[in-house]
Design a protein. Structure first.
Length: 313
């Protein structure tokens, strides 16, 4: 009989929890601030993933039966890694990722978009709060919450997507007001960098550039039905502004254009490629090309049927 699958515990969760100086607080109404890991672990709420990397997916369940929804059978979603439930029954449900998803401007957009779709699918499975920002979570190791420890092995993002089945959205909404959860982060990131790429060359002062990018990010955020918290918006704006300023400078544009020119120069011309192809052709292929070329030439000159027959023969 196979042994029981390993379950996560407080020590394992702490080891998987990766922020170095996370945001944390005991009272959300008083705000949060960055602290050392030991200090943050003593708080009721803490940042579950680093700013640049998404290492956990979290759903906020605003119902009095969080645990039941998280582990109900038959499962309509992958088993959670952990649950932190309050005395009211409301709580947070989390899944630990084996490979964190980069969410800076240097990231590939496909994994970030998939993460947003997976989180939305998990939210739908538990009927979670669509307005949850995803920044802070209930600390499952804190005595204020009743923890449930689930699967110890971290999930690959694709595994979570497959486990959701039909609950996984085929795509994210295109309009800002329809976005929720991590989809808002993805929409803000995409819209901001799309604006920033061509706009970069209009700015020579870095401070002015960063202030403008932040203003654009704030404006995009106002389009969401439930806007993202200001720290999330500021972080995304800072990431995009710095990456674009560093990589899309005027000098950088010259380097890119030069590299592309050298690459084109190194590629053989069409005539050279045809010549090389001709050398490796069989006599029959060479003769067929000669006949086709002759036919095309005679057709352009509107030759007679008798002339065409002579060429063919």
């Amino acid at each position: 009989m196979p042994g029981k699958a390993a379950q996560l515990d407080a020590q394992g969760w702490t080891a998987a929890w990766s922020p170095r100086r996370p945001l944390a607080t005991d009272d959300l109404t008083r705000g949060c601030w960055r602290q050392s890991r030991p200090d943050a672990l003593a708080r009721r709420y803490l940042e579950h993933s680093p700013k640049a990397l998404l290492s956990m997916l979290v759903v906020d369940v605003d119902h009095p039966d969080t645990l039941l929804r998280a582990i109900s059978r038959p499962l309509e979603h992958p088993e959670p890694s952990w649950v932190a439930e309050g005395v009211s029954g409301r709580g947070h449900v989390g899944w630990v990722l084996s490979a964190p998803v980069c969410r800076t401007d240097a990231a590939r957009t496909a994994p970030l978009a998939l993460a947003a779709r997976v989180q939305e699918g998990l939210r739908r499975a538990l009927d979670g709060d669509a307005g949850y920002a995803g920044l802070l979570t209930k600390n499952p190791t804190h005595e204020s919450w009743h923890p449930y420890w689930g699967r110890a092995q971290p999930y690959e993002l694709r595994e979570l997507a497959e486990g959701l089945g039909t609950l996984l959205p085929r795509s994210l909404p295109k309009h800002a007001r329809e976005q929720s959860g991590l989809g808002r982060n993805h929409h803000l990131f995409e819209a901001l960098r799309t604006w920033a790429y061509p706009a970069r060359y209009r700015y020579d002062d870095r401070q002015e550039w960063e202030q403008t990018v932040t203003a654009v990010a704030i404006n995009i955020n106002t389009e969401f039905a439930v806007p993202l918290p200001q720290p999330e918006v500021g972080h995304t704006a800072q990431s995009v502004a710095r990456w674009v300023w560093r990589n899309l400078s005027r000098e950088g544009l010259v380097r890119v254009q030069t590299a592309r020119g050298l690459k084109r120069a190194a590629q053989p011309s069409a005539s050279t490629a045809r010549s090389k192809a001709g050398k490796s052709s069989t006599p029959a292929q060479t003769e067929a090309r000669r006949r086709n070329a002759a036919k095309a030439s005679l057709t352009r000159r509107k030759v007679t049927a008798e002339q065409m027959a002579e060429v063919v023969l």
